[in-house]
Design a protein around this ligand. Sequence first.
Ligand code: FPP
Length: 278
Amino acid sequence: MKALEPLTLTDKAQSDEDKVLQEKVKSSGTLPQHIAIIMDGNGRWAKDKGNVRLFGHKAGVESVRDITESCAQLGVKHLTLYAFSTENWDRPSAEVSGLMNLLVHSLQNEADRLQRNNIRLVSIGQLDRLPKKCQNKLQEVIELTKNNTRLELCLALSYSGRWDIIEAIKKVSKEVQNGNVNPDEIDDNMVSSYLSTADIPDPDLIIRTSGEYRISNFLLWQLAYSELYVTQTFWPDFRRDELYKAIFSYQKRDRRYGKVKNGYTKRLSASVINKIIS
Ligand code: FPP
């Protein structure tokens, strides 16, 4: 395993104040292993500044860098970013091509830093729909960083949760057809293993910026028991201090997975149950 070098994604030395804050985040509760983020509000951020939407996306890349760096420093193992949804293809062509160029440009700029900082890049989605130059650059950086172990950064590109589930259904159906899978044996774990995220644990924390309370066709299956955190902050303004707030909030949650907290149940006799419900 590679030694942990100081992280330099932002090319800025980490401030003492930030180091103290990170220690507080790490010591105040369980750290989410996997954080997924719906990065929203780039367009409104740019509009507020009297600028075109692409300006917001460009500023959003700075947030991607800062959040990636701080997750790696904290010891979060997986970070999944919703960078481009299937529905985003229906945006004006100038915005779509601007986003694709920004992606190529960012991958080009960040490849070396990801590598030096032991961060592995992976991607999920209908990647064959991306322009060739995007596919090539993406594959190049995925290949370059494939043995890195500090943090896995997953970009959801041309992704939708329903697409992911449909693909899984198609694969399982073929296995059933070929006699390799008995339909009665299909369970949660089996379905998870056919999704594009098969190798990634489900997110513990899902963050959405810009104040919208929806999942927008993101990881529909995988978010079943994730803790949701919504902030009003637009993505280009979402930096590490906001991330720490989200993690502090997560650490206060009581994750029961639909069950009852240990020690909270009282044994009830059938007659008491009947009395209560009648
Ligand atoms: C949502 O804001 C944001 C996107 C659709 C694109 C996110 C892309 C980036 C942050 C840059 C590229 C990313 C990487 C990983 C290099 P919006 O446009 O929907 O904003 P609005 O809701 O205010 O209109």
